[in-house]
Design a protein around this ligand. Structure first.
Ligand SMILES: [Zn+2]
Length: 245
């Protein structure tokens, strides 16, 4: 039997996923990580896809589906938007998502979130949304959002599975374990609502620009590592009894 490299990887580090049904009586918050033009819209910048990408398109569709339900129910949503000052590069990446440009704004399919009263927009200038939430006075805007909304279950979607999503998950679970995020209990990553970028080894070698980053493989590894930190990974997300909007 010939296994391709993805099958081999999935055999060596298998990922068990679950179906999440969001319970009606559990206070649930949705975090959307960096679903912005600079990472998702074809041709929008140095780190944007060069051509249409099905994993990224699906991530946007699924994030929008979840966001619609959360907004209908007036449940809390927090959207992180990668936004950098032009004179402050984010090593090792080229200039991207400069504050005030379309690159650092939500993709067209999610732009309506800006008008929703239950949505908090948090701009950040680092990979990790938890670290990016630290404010000048030392408080943490994400931790405050969890506490103010009494969030017990956190659902996470966005891009990139193995970079900004993973870093945020790792910090959030460390903080939860230290007791900083009560009443938060569970953190669930929705795999179909996450995506990462594609930079195959052949292209990386040819252009000598950065580390190889094969999409399917890194997406899987990102989810696997999030699970290793204690996140739950859901392949399906549905809702229990919902109030009629
Ligand atoms: Zn960035």
């Amino acid at each position: 039997m010939v296994l391709n490299i993805i099958d081999l990887l999935k055999k060596e580090i298998p990922l068990e996923e679950e179906s999440l049904i969001i319970p009606e009586n559990t206070k649930t918050g949705l975090v959307l990580v960096d679903i912005i033009n600079g990472f998702c819209t074809v041709g929008a910048g140095n780190l944007a896809p060069r051509e249409p990408n099905s994993q990224i398109s699906q991530m946007i569709e699924e994030s929008e589906r979840l966001a619609r339900v959360f907004c209908e129910q007036k449940w809390p949503v927090l959207a992180f938007l990668d936004s950098h000052q032009p004179d402050k590069l984010e090593h090792p990446y080229p200039s991207h998502c400069i504050a005030g440009t379309e690159e650092s704004n939500l993709v067209p399919a999610l732009r309506w979130l800006e008008e929703e009263p239950n949505v908090t927009i948090r701009r950040k200038d680092c990979y990790d949304g938890y670290i990016g939430s630290i404010q000048e006075d030392g408080s943490n805007a994400f931790a405050d959002w969890v506490k103010t909304n009494n969030i017990e279950l956190l659902l996470v979607a966005g891009i990139c599975t193995d970079i900004c999503v993973l870093d945020f998950i790792c910090s959030t679970l460390s903080a939860r374990n230290r007791g900083f995020l009560a009443p938060l209990k569970d953190v669930v990553v929705y795999s179909g609502g996450c995506a990462t970028f594609d930079f195959p080894v052949s292209v990386a070698k040819e252009t000598k620009a950065g580390l190889a980053h094969p999409q399917e493989m890194m997406h899987h590894v990102g989810l696997y590592m999030a699970k290793g930190r204690g996140a739950k990974i859901a392949s399906e997300v549905s809702f229990g009894e919902l109030e009629k909007p």
